[in-house]
Design a protein around this ligand. Structure first.
Ligand code: ADP
Ligand code: MG
Length: 632
């Protein structure tokens, strides 16, 4: 056994850097956040070669004092935190004092900075984290970081970088998000010298949307303002007739932080039920603010999905606020008014404080265990993935997912039902087949009657003289299967806030690596991480993040045994496995509203057999029943 030694600071920094700096986009994020923390009203980000040769971030913030400049690059050096008590009330984006140390240890870095009012600026060069002398420099007030040759001294990491254009796009996506979450800061992004984004920083969300999402998108929006039960929902949603071909224009911020959430998507889309054209999806930029103890972002670094304590209240707040905005829209149209001019004052006043909550150790001050217990499976759970459907045959209020244990005891919510929450086909909502292609018209009653469910598995429906038993899992699995096979719309992916590493046995590892492009088609964003490990950055939205490992193992196992002979076989295996994983299960309690959706699909003839060829429904005619009772 070699002797135990403390790692040299350099090696320790390299290890820590791996945690903070994953790719150029992560450098960009840290540097922009530092600029915002420094009170900048304008930030310019320049990338060359996807950030691999240069990332330069220039701000007009408060600058750094000459004598403190080298300290800023030490680990755990921060101006944002003094004592343990400060942790309870953090008002900045950063506070861990890790970013500059980490970034500088894996790059060649130059910083130029001049404090407000100072006569001169200073500069400092660091090479692999080793600083040179601080020198006087003529520079404007504010700070410029120039990061060159990222990962030049960590070849292993360098190997995992994607193409320059993929890295540039990842950074661009992130910059657009920061711009949308900070409309009070002007953000400009230049890629290889060409301006790709420029927000005015006029504190109007609509201006930021215009810049970040384009004119076409910004011109057809409705303002959303409202909420309930301590939840505020503000922002913009697309007009029903301006739906998009996919969900890429749905942006949700929770307490200033970008989040992906099937629950929020469902709440949004449900508000468009019967108004949105078939095959179209609403777009949005919605800021959701709620008391910090009701949301749990990244309690655990590897558990990357946001959790809400009260999903029911959140769903309902988003759904109703958006619905109200859309209803208002209809009234305006009836009054034959021209489209209203954009309304200003878009940013909730609390935004500045709320954005300032630190990214990770957000829950430090609370009892995380009791929180997690309350939060149950949260957004990553089977419940969180559920989409809610409006029953095409009924004009009822949408059913709101609820699960008794998810509601904190104090919330004493009136409980309409004691059933477990609704699960519905995780497919984008489509209007019922009988509906016209356009906006709200009276809904035709369904030609069948929902009579109930038995054994938590079989739906009973009645139509004319026939009684139908429908296997809910088989039906849902078939719907998923057809949707995935048709590949008609892009797979909805949930981006994990921090990547998940999945280790599998060597044989399966090889199979997964071979099938990475196929996995990508199905919504996985995964890559080789070496030594039997995959790093997973995104997963299909209807897959529970807690089941990623199991799913990948199951997939690779099945491909190993059955799919190697024929290249098409792997695809089929993937289709079957994913369709099954995303489907509601026999034994789960389901809400009548979702069962009605299934009946509708089955009765329309769209769904007949499960992907394994088993029937989805069986018929009992009046005659057969009467025969059983010796009436016939
Ligand atoms: P943290 O942001 O967690 O404090 P960083 O390593 O990102 O840690 O930054 C270290 C310190 O350097 C910050 O606390 C801040 O005082 C200073 N700093 C970094 N970037 C800037 C900037 N753009 N303008 C002014 N000060 C900065
Ligand atoms: Mg920082």
């Amino acid at each position: 056994m070699p002797h135990i030694q403390q790692l040299s600071p350099h090696v320790a920094d390299l290890i820590a850097a791996g945690e903070v700096v994953e790719r150029p986009a992560s450098v960009v994020k840290e540097l922009i956040e530092n600029a915002i923390d420094a009170g900048a009203s304008s930030v310019v980000v320049e990338l060359q070669n996807g950030g691999m040769s240069l990332i330069r971030v220039t701000d007009n913030g408060c600058g750094i004092a000459a004598e403190e400049l080298p300290t800023a690059f030490l680990r755990h050096a921060t101006s944002k935190l003094r004592s343990a008590e400060d942790l309870g009330a953090i008002g900045t984006l950063g506070f861990r004092g890790e970013a500059l140390a980490a970034i500088s240890s894996v790059s060649r870095l130059d910083v130029f900075t001049r404090q407000r009012g100072a006569a001169m600026g200073v500069s400092l060069h660091l090479e692999g984290g080793v600083p040179g002398p601080v020198e006087e420099a003529g520079c404007p007030e504010g700070t410029t970081f120039a990061v060159r040759d990222l990962f030049y001294n960590t070849p292993a990491r360098l190997k995992f970088m994607k193409t320059d254009s993929a890295e540039a796009s990842a950074a661009a996506g992130l910059i657009a998000q920061i711009a949308l979450s900070h409309p009070e800061v002007s953000i400009r992004y230049l890629r290889d010298g060409k301006e790709e984004l420029h927000t005015p920083g006029d504190n109007r969300l609509l201006s930021a949307i215009y810049a970040a999402r384009g004119r076409d998108f910004a011109l057809h929006l409705r303002e959303v303002r409202g909420g309930g039960e301590g939840i505020s929902v503000r922002g913009y949603v697309t007009e029903p007739l301006a739906g998009r071909g996919n969900r890429s224009m749905q942006t949700f911020f929770c307490c200033g932080r970008i989040i992906k959430s099937a629950l929020l998507t469902a709440a949004l889309e449900e508000a468009y039920a019967n108004r949105q054209m078939r095959g179209k999806y609403p777009g949005c930029v919605l800021h959701i603010d709620l008391p910090l103890h009701l949301v749990d972002v990244n309690v655990h670094p590897a558990k990357t999905v946001v959790k809400f304590v009260n999903e029911r209240a959140l769903f309902s707040a988003v759904h109703h606020t958006v619905q109200d905005a859309l209803d208002g829209d209809v009234e305006k149209k009836e009054a034959v008014l021209p489209p209203p001019p954009p309304v200003g004052n878009d940013v909730p006043p609390a935004r500045r404080e709320q954005k300032a909550v630190p990214k990770k150790d957000f829950y430090q001050s609370m009892d995380a265990k009791s929180f997690r217990e309350k939060a149950g499976g949260g957004m990553g759970s089977e419940m969180g993935r559920r989409l809610v459907f409006r029953d095409p045959g009924q004009q009822q209020r949408p059913y709101v997912p609820r699960q008794t244990e998810l509601v904190p005891p104090a919330a004493a919510v009136p409980a309409p039902k004691q059933e477990r929450a609704v699960t519905a086909p995780a497919e984008p909502k489509k209007p019922a087949p009988t509906e016209p292609e356009q906006v709200a018209l009276p809904v035709k009653p369904a030609p069948w009657r929902f009579a109930g469910e038995v054994l938590h598995t079989y739906i009973i429906a009645e139509d004319g003289d026939n009684v139908w038993l429908i296997d809910k899992h088989a039906a849902h699995e078939r719907i998923n299967f057809d949707r995935m096979r048709a590949n008609a719309e892009p797979v909805m992916r949930q981006q994990l806030l921090s990547p998940l590493t999945v280790e599998v046995p060597p044989e399966q590892y090889a199979v997964l690596l071979e099938n990475l492009p196929l996995l990508e088609e199905f919504g996985f964003e995964a890559e080789d991480f070496g030594s039997g490990c995959l790093v997973v950055r995104g997963i299909p939205s209807d897959l529970d993040p807690g089941r990623v490992r199991e799913t990948l193992e199951e997939l690779s196992g099945k491909i190993l045994t059955g799919g190697q002979a024929d290249p098409g076989a792997a695809r089929d295996i993937l289709l079957h496995t994913m369709a099954c994983k995303a489907a509601i299960k026999g034994g789960w309690t389901s809400d009548p509203a979702e069962l009605r959706v299934l009946i509708d699909k089955v009765q329309s003839g769209e769904v007949q057999y499960c992907p394994h060829g088993r029937p989805v429904k069986v018929k009992l005619s009046r005659y057969e029943i009467e025969k059983m009772f010796k009436r016939a």
